[in-house]
Design a binder for this molecule. Structure first.
Ligand code: LLP
Length: 415
């Protein structure tokens, strides 16, 4: 479900034609639908409504302040992995007591900032991190609330770069070592053990890996509770996949139905760290065709967005649907859609059947709300794109396109 639809021959975001945004803001530009964001958040929230739960939106998926503020107004908390993400979440009005902090490389400075901000808990990923956090909390004269991130060793059947729950992954503490690690955490004077955390990967399109890992986590929780280690929260992580090309994927209620019995038995409050499912299909990247080009047998469509704007196709071989913003009768052709960056790996699509387009025409790269702008860079000294949010019939630029001055901010020529 999303709010990008053709009306007449024009692609709209809610009540605004994308053509209008491109004309007024220029391209490349990311466009987000506020209605879709809210709708996705509410569906997920509703699906888990029979359990005590809350959603800590995964900030890394899309950290624009307007996105965060929209979700904060819905009651979302935040799943963060850096001091920078904490800063954004707080700035957007998210409540610190709904912030959970994961990541294998938290610095002492970041721990200090998060403790002073009063976040709900740290998802601790190693024993040394546990000791460091205990030290920082001690210096501040406070107790750090923690969950241990356990690695349940299940195969999420997703791209290897985004699978995190296998034994060989760098994340978490092996589930077979978890009881011992919890004992040690409970013995540290400046930590308060409150939960268990897992995150097995991203863009998972089956319920089964979740059922398997949550049942392992459920058993661990029972064991811990029987040892008198008070676990009040189970954080099931993120990872719910979305359709990128109209494929069938589970709905939020499918996950909820499968996991509910195990989660209910634990008596814990459930935390979800969803990113992609909320924001992925709430955004598109608008780009304009610059040139057509042929080399040998290959045809290329050169557009003004590149791998620095959207790296997912180059990095993971991800598929993003690409549609002309104006519907017309056109012939079909097979093309590579490529950007201006000086790398052969700079493409948005390869060998794609597309309607034949002319320079100046607009394309929408679909499903570009998650891990798209947040993974963009200034490679080739390209200015990062603008971001726009649509709400009904109006739209606002929620991040300006970068200027040339922005590109060199903070740099100096050495004397
Ligand atoms: N929690 C933790 C601890 C995570 O590491 C992640 C994502 C999430 C939650 C949110 O997962 P989601 O619900 O969005 O699947 N750049 C890749 C995705 C990397 C995911 C990293 N961790 C991509 O473009 O597909």
């Amino acid at each position: 479900m999303h709010d990008f639809e053709f009306k007449g021959g024009d692609l709209y975001c809610e009540e605004v034609p994308l053509r209008r945004i491109a004309k007024e803001v220029g391209t490349p530009v990311y466009v987000y639908s506020r209605r879709t964001l809210r709708d996705h958040y509410r569906r997920l929230d509703e699906a888990f409504s029979s359990l005590p739960h809350f959603i800590c939106y995964s900030v890394k998926a899309n950290s624009n302040l307007a996105v965060l503020a929209t979700l904060a107004a819905e009651g979302a908390g935040a799943d963060i992995v850096s001091g920078g993400e904490l800063y954004r979440a707080l700035k957007a009005g998210m409540s610190p007591d709904k912030v959970v902090y994961a990541g294998i490389g938290k610095t002492r400075e970041e721990m200090d900032y998060a403790l002073r901000s009063g976040i709900l808990m740290f998802n601790v990923e190693s024993e040394l991190e546990m000791e460091a956090l205990d030290g920082v909390a001690g210096e501040l004269g406070t107790k750090a609330p923690v969950a241990l991130r356990v690695n349940p060793d299940v195969d999420p059947e997703t791209h290897p770069y985004i699978a995190t729950g296998l034994r060989e992954a760098k994340f978490g503490i092996g589930i077979e070592e978890a009881v011992e690690a919890y004992r040690r955490a409970a013995a540290l004077g400046n930590l308060e053990v409150v939960g268990v955390h897992q995150h097995i990967g991203s863009q998972i399109t089956h319920v089964e890996p979740f059922r398997e890992s949550i049942s392992r986590v459920g058993e661990l929780v029972e064991k811990l509770q029987s040892l008198g280690i008070g676990i009040r929260y189970i954080n099931i992580g993120g990872g719910f996949g979305i359709p990128y090309r109209g494929e069938e994927v589970p709905y939020p209620r499918d996950y909820a139905l499968a996991l509910e019995p195990i989660l209910r038995r634990s008596g814990c409050t459930v935390i979800l760290e969803t990113g992609r499912m909320i924001v992925g299909n709430a955004g598109v990247l608008l780009t304009r065709v610059l040139y057509r080009k042929r080399t040998g047998e290959k045809r290329f469509l050169v557009v003004d967005a590149a791998m620095n704007d959207l790296i997912r196709p180059s990095l993971y071989g991800s598929f993003h649907e690409i549609v002309p913003v104006e519907k017309r009768d056109r012939q079909g052709e097979k093309v590579d859609v490529v950007g201006p960056v000086c790398e052969s790996g700079d493409f948005l699509a390869r060998d794609r059947e597309m309607p034949a387009l002319e320079p100046g025409e607009l394309l929408a790269v679909m499903s570009a709300g998650a891990y798209s702008f947040t993974m963009s860079s200034n490679y080739n000294s390209r200015r990062r794109a603008a971001e726009v949010m649509v709400d009904g019939g109006r739209f606002e630029v929620v991040r300006e396109r970068e200027s040339y001055d922005d590109l060199v901010r903070g740099e100096r020529i050495m004397a």
